[in-house]
Design a protein. Structure first.
Length: 327
């Protein structure tokens, strides 16, 4: 090669520049991947730390709920302003903001059935209550009846549709076919999969729903019900108690709450009103389930947790948890 040829020197320089450009691009890609890997590792470590702190916060919350239950073994009231009040717990490398509320003042979707895990059967009284609740919340009655029946069919163990309900044959015709669960709902967001539950219906009814891990009729604590939750009380009295009347009952509750359930049934507004026999056991004066919303900050990481605590026994335990906000 003639080193003095300007064209050859130019070609060699161009090759070097191309090679440098390729190496530079590779270096940038490698450093980007390294930075991403470092960030992901840091995030993973931060989330792991946050979950460990959440475990600590859970134990503190369980103790606090136990203290609340022990303070009055026979009833739970709103005394002390604990309901949905933000409480900050200091942690070694961050904080946890905790909100506790009565977790039983809602319609328990799993009450739509009765029986054991392998033999769940539709429960007519709960289906009627659910349909009435939806009707009270402005869902047309016929539509509410169909959704309530389909919700029971989603959970029950058999393949026979309840009147106006929906079993596997309905879901098999969907664009993406699927089947009913034939099991208790793990969380209320599962209700979105039920036939007839549109996004609009879900948004309207979801604030009133829960999925307790038991197939019990909704255990409403009349000492912690808020006026805005009057539809839950009204749903127990078909044709005899509307929302304004239920709201007045809650508003006229004694300051320290009703001392026992007999005192609740003896209120002037309820005298002469006979609810269905099974519904007589639903109003209670003690809370058995507590819902907890938690936001944990550990360093630069943040974690959301929602959990349900079971306070039916002396030792409060966590029943369910999810690492996101409730949906």
């Amino acid at each position: 090669m003639n080193a003095g040829n300007p064209k050859e020197r130019g070609a060699a320089l161009l090759s070097v520049l191309i090679l440098v450009g390729i190496l530079g691009a590779l270096a940038v890609a490698v450093f980007d991947r390294l930075r991403l890997a470092t960030t992901l590792a840091g995030n993973s470590a931060g989330i792991t730390e946050a979950r460990a702190y959440a475990g600590i916060a859970e134990m503190l919350v369980a103790t606090r709920i136990g203290d609340l239950a022990a303070a009055s073994a026979t009833r739970t009231t709103l005394a002390g302003g604990w309901q949905d009040r933000p409480t900050t717990l200091p942690l070694p490398n961050g904080t946890a903001e905790v909100r506790v509320r009565d977790g039983g003042n809602c319609f328990n979707l799993n009450s739509l059935v009765a029986g054991s895990a392998q033999a769940l059967v539709a429960r007519p009284i709960a289906i009627d209550q659910f349909a009435r609740l939806m009707t009270l919340l402005t869902i047309p009655e016929a539509q509410a009846r169909r959704i309530a029946a389909a919700s029971a069919d989603w959970i029950d163990s058999n393949g026979d549709a309840y009147p106006d309900g929906a079993e596997d044959s309905v879901y098999a015709r969907a664009a993406v076919p699927y089947r009913t669960a034939n099991a208790l709902m793990a969380e209320a967001s599962e209700w979105r999969a039920v036939s007839g539950v549109t996004p609009e219906v879900y948004a309207r009814i979801r604030p009133w729903l829960c999925a307790l891990p038991v197939a019990d009729l909704s255990p409403l604590n009349v000492n912690t019900l808020l006026p805005d939750q009057a539809p839950l009380l009204a749903m127990l009295f078909p044709g005899t108690l509307d929302i304004p009347a239920a709201r007045r009952i809650i508003a006229e509750r004694p300051g320290p709450g009703w001392s026992d359930i007999g005192a609740f049934w003896n209120t002037d507004a309820l005298r002469g009103i006979d609810p269905p026999a099974d519904a007589l056991r639903q109003p209670q004066v003690r809370t058995a389930w507590f819902a907890v919303d938690m936001r944990v900050r550990a360093g630069e990481s943040e974690l959301r947790e929602t959990a349900l605590f079971d306070a039916r026994q002396q030792s409060v335990r966590i029943a369910t948890r999810r690492w996101t906000r409730d949906e």
